[in-house]
Design a protein around this ligand. Structure first.
Ligand code: CP
Length: 308
């Protein structure tokens, strides 16, 4: 069992919770290697995936995780729903819950939306990304993937590069890596790094090459143009030249580092294809591990006892 009823953010998790999620994910990873990649553990549980923002990886990954646990799954997206007729978030969710749903996985553009929901409904809630705040399952699968390659993250150096200002992945990664004993640097243009971010226990580096020389792992983030309401750099080309991660930069390092990206990638902007698709990249391992991590989170929140 976890110390929390909902997975709203990494901030609320204990180190023990994170370790338990990883241990449970190890078991589910083995299940996922079998010819029949399913367990009947949640056959009496119904999960609603409600997505008020676009998603490819997170949504498919949660749906697969739930189905592989034997749960019944319903999917809701805001586009094409009665949200466009003015229905509120609480009304939408209460109507879904009236259909006897046990757990809600929600992505929402408003930071804090899952906390608001948690104060108004009884079902367990999993935050699948809220605005610019947190994306806890992404941080868990990122840390799990790093651990798979490096062992314990104590003292390991992780650079998070790019649009830190608008990134829920960055904030959840910072909380998670700090809890697991990693050292974190955030790197990118000054306009995309929040003021006072050092108070979260991270270093700041504006020179991406220096940040890469320092680290064991580079987690490169997408430029989130949809959240930038005024220009924060001149052009994508300029961004790519000064802050993009390219092959020459990686080849000039005197060591091998691990390359990560949560996706979707703006190829040729924050990350060039010859790095994204290189042997150092674990981007598709992150996606694979996402299913096991999400199975673990849903299983542990459900309060069920055994992995069959
Ligand atoms: N990493 C991630 O959240 O991707 P999606 O937006 O496609 O779910």
């Amino acid at each position: 069992m976890l110390s929390v009823k909902h997975l709203l953010g990494i901030k609320e998790l204990t180190v023990k919770d994170i370790e338990q999620i990883f241990k449970t994910a190890d078991n589910f990873k083995q299940v996922l290697q079998r010819p029949i990649k399913k367990v009947p553990t949640l056959r009496d549980t119904t999960v609603a995936n409600i997505f008020f923002e676009n998603s490819t990886r997170t949504r498919l990954s949660f749906e697969l995780a739930e189905k592989r646990l034997g749960a019944d799954v319903v999917n809701f997206s805001a586009s094409g729903s009665s949200v466009s007729k003015g229905e509120t978030l609480i009304d939408t969710v209460n109507n879904i819950l009236a259909m006897k749903v046990d757990m809600v996985v929600m992505r929402h553009a408003a930071s804090g939306a899952p906390w608001f929901l948690a104060n108004h409904i009884d079902a367990s809630i999993v935050n699948a990304g809220d605005g610019t705040n947190e994306h806890p399952t992404q941080a868990l699968l990122d840390a799990y993937s790093m651990r798979e390659k490096l062992g314990s993250l104590k003292g390991k150096r992780i650079t998070i590069i790019g649009d830190i200002m608008h990134s829920r992945v960055a904030l959840s990664n910072i909380f998670c890596l700090n809890k697991l004993g990693g050292e974190v640097t955030v790197a990118g243009p000054p306009t995309l790094i929040p003021k006072h971010i050092e108070s979260l226990g991270v270093r700041v580096e504006y020179n991406v090459k220096k940040a890469l020389e320092w680290c064991d792992v580079a987690n490169v983030l997408r430029i989130q143009l949809e959240r930038q309401h005024k220009p924060l750099f001149s052009t994508l080309r300029e961004y790519s030249i000064y802050y993009g991660v390219n092959r020459d930069m990686i080849d000039s390092l005197k060591k091998d580092i691990i390359i990560m990206h949560p996706g979707p990638i703006n190829r040729g902007v924050e990350l060039n294809s010859d790095v994204a698709d290189s042997r150092q990249s674990i981007i598709l391992d992150q996606v694979e591990n996402g299913v096991a991590i999400r199975m673990a989170v849903i299983y542990l929140l459900s309060g069920k006892r055994e992995v069959e």
